[in-house]
Design a protein around this ligand. Sequence first.
Ligand code: GTP
Ligand code: ZN
Length: 357
Amino acid sequence: MTTTDMAEWGWDPKWAEAFGEYREAGLVPGRVTLEHKHIYRVMTEEGELLGEIAGRMRHEAFGRADYPAVGDWVALQPRPADGRATIHGVLPRRSKFSRKAAGPAVAEQIVAANVDTVFLVHALNQDFNLRRLERYLTLAYESGAQPVVLLSKADLCADVPGRVADVEGIAPGVPIHAVSSLQDEGLEALRPYLAGGRTAALLGSSGAGKSTLANRLYGEEVLHTGGIREGDDRGRHTTTHRELVRLPEGGLLIDTPGMRELQLWDADSGLDLAFRDIEALAAGCRFSDCSHGGEPGCAVQAALEEGTLQAARYRSYVKLQKELAFEARREDPALQREERDRWKKIHKQVRKSPGRH
Ligand SMILES: Nc1nc2c(ncn2[C@@H]2O[C@H](COP(=O)(O)OP(=O)(O)OP(=O)(O)O)[C@@H](O)[C@H]2O)c(=O)[nH]1
Ligand SMILES: [Zn+2]
């Protein structure tokens, strides 16, 4: 039997350390490459197995976030004879993308885990939109993965340096690369993000060029075309589908449909990181609870007046902040009550105020 080198799938000494107890219990590690209705494709040293959740793990799970997702490292009891395995646990995630699971109760559902780098694919055509990019940056920062902006379809843009400068203005400290999958330009610059078993994921609007880029990185049609070429005597016959794939030159790429359905929710820390320039300004306001709405000594207003902070960027920040607060209230009845009480009080005060009759 051929053995898979798990380092090529991202395994490293830190994962090995986290796996210690599972190893003592006689389990082996595997990485989830596809989830389908609680059946998981898992890459292991013994090749790919179909994993099912152990009964005990199912009983102890609090919610959907306790179940494995694409990119997770799991602890398995392999049954190689029938190509199956039982999953007993999930290693703590280094990063995660999640969405709200459908249903009456708010539940977090993990869409992808253990992503090192998230490529924010954004097209250099009429879809180019800094405000949308800020939204994706917030999502990316919230995940814990490192964001990298890929300005795709560079062949369609007459002023690439100008657009790169625009993005620099809203993404402080974020690497930015202009690429063209059609003309095979700029893709070499992505290699470092995929070196040494590192994992990247693609995030971006529909039509931004994610699948085209994935196929280019893979060197042939692999995603959304029905499967993957298996290195067996069936040649190009496609036998397997995965959402986490190993690229021929090394590195791992996650391109799951779940990433296309991500919405902004529960992303306060992501927002702070994506707008750290505004956070830093706000720290300089005279009042620690400054609303930046006209109080004296407001550093945000001062920066807006000086033009060092762009009004559009500030508006975008406020809008995302409101949106997140709205989502949080929707999820939390206590917060809803608090908000209702706050407004009741405000209305009462307005009625009592002397200027009114
Ligand atoms: N000119 C140009 N067109 C490109 C490039 N990359 C992708 N496209 C085109 O853009 C369109 C959308 O590309 P996709 O790769 O399907 O986009 P996607 O982000 O995967 O879209 P969804 O699957 O809807 O999320 C296709 O018609 C591609 O041929 C590029 O580098 N240059
Ligand atoms: Zn202020």
